[in-house]
Design a protein around this ligand. Structure first.
Ligand code: SF4
Length: 361
């Protein structure tokens, strides 16, 4: 029987985060060993299905069309293009593919049908398949589940309080609603956040309260360090120090002992020694590939050398949850409803977002 605690308070989490580092690391490493093999790390690959042109105003994101960044945009990829990338990822040791599309929310129609086909295709390749497509309804989550989706990613990004300082085009409660819709299916939940956006330690703890008090807790929690991109509102944020990342990973591990903690964006700026401390602190997944959606990522050969040096092994797919059944579109019990849900548009003003959107290059 799980003894996972679901009533963490902000004060308790701040106290953990602020422990002397050696004590924090020891505690996190102990929890990690009780629930995971400390020598196994999953390699995941992120595929950007549709890049840029997004209507949202997330302050960290170069894919928001209102900001003046130099990312290369692309329309929705084809199923065969995705299959080709997934095949390469599998050959390189990935056991999980995460497919992202820069959408505010999923709309029923041919593009979503195409994504469902991609899910079926990757599921049949015996890889864990995850999607991050923005907000989804319960019906859309059921359709993804039928296609064989293993995980749905929907990051809460930061604390509820600080969320309002980063995004004005949707509310924190929309994020929780999508997570709740995913939870009504057999899809696992992936939700985490970003540090280094100017938030306080209280906000970091607030984010972990929001995630750890979900019951069940998310099966997967990505911890990202902001990679500031020129042209975005957060372009001038100071780089996250490795010690902050280690503390965040360790605290996440302690409050969510069973989850897969993913060392995500920002790894490019970490030394091998820094990453090793993150693995000791409980991180058990990395993303491979030269890009993480739009920002640079570590070289795969370098990662493989690091695995060898540290004696790490790749996690096999479906080590945590069984592979999902993949049902063909013709046998679906959940036809598209063509819903037009009213997701929130708080529309409050965030000065730095406004400035970035009006500033030319
Ligand atoms: S994070 Fe997602 S929703 Fe926000 S602007 Fe970027 S692509 Fe759009």
């Amino acid at each position: 029987m799980s003894i996972t605690k679901h009533d963490w308070t902000k004060e308790e989490i701040i106290a953990i985060y602020n422990k002397p580092l050696m004590e924090l690391l020891y505690e996190a490493a102990t929890v990690h060993r009780q629930h995971h093999d400390p020598n196994v790390v999953q390699i995941s690959t992120l595929i950007s299905l549709k890049t840029g042109g997004c209507s949202e105003d997330c302050g960290y994101c170069p894919q928001a069309k209102r900001y003046h960044t130099s990312i290369k945009t692309n329309d929705l990829m084809t199923v065969s293009e995705v299959k080709e990338q997934a095949t390469k990822a599998k050959e390189s040791g990935s056991s999980r593919v995460c497919m992202g599309a820069a959408w505010r929310n999923v709309k029923d129609g041919t593009e979503f049908d195409q994504v469902l086909e991609m899910v079926r295709t990757i599921n049949k390749m015996d890889m864990e398949v995850c999607c991050t497509l923005g907000m989804i309804t319960e019906n859309q989550a059921q359709r993804l589940a039928e296609a064989g989706l293993y995980a749905y990613n929907h990051n809460i990004d930061t604390s509820e309080e600080y969320y309002k300082e980063v995004i004005s085009t949707r509310g924190f409660e929309d994020r929780l609603e999508t997570i709740a819709n995913v939870r009504k299916t057999n899809i696992t939940v992936c939700s985490g956040g970003i540090i280094g956006m100017g938030e306080s330690i209280e906000d970091r703890a607030g984010m972990l309260v929001a995630l750890s008090t979900l019951n069940p807790q998310p099966e997967s929690v990505p911890i990202n360090a902001l990679v500031p991109v020129e042209g975005t509102p957060l372009e001038e944020e100071k780089p996250v120090e490795i010690w902050e990342m280690i503390r965040m990973v360790a605290t996440t591990r302690i409050v969510m002992p069973e989850t897969q903690v993913r060392l995500s964006a920002g790894r490019i700026n970490m030394s091998r020694e820094g990453q090793a401390m993150c693995f000791l602190a409980g991180a058990n997944s990395i993303f491979s590939g030269d890009k993480l959606l739009t920002t640079p990522n570590n070289d795969l050969n370098e990662d493989m050398k690091m695995f060898e040096t540290l004696g790490l092994k790749n996690q096999q797919p479906f080590a945590k949850v069984n592979q999902r059944e993949s049902i063909e579109a013709v046998d679906s019990k959940f036809p598209a409803l063509g819903e037009k849900p009213k997701w929130t548009r708080p529309g409050h003003t965030i000065e730095r977002n406004l400035e970035a959107s009006t500033k030319g290059k």
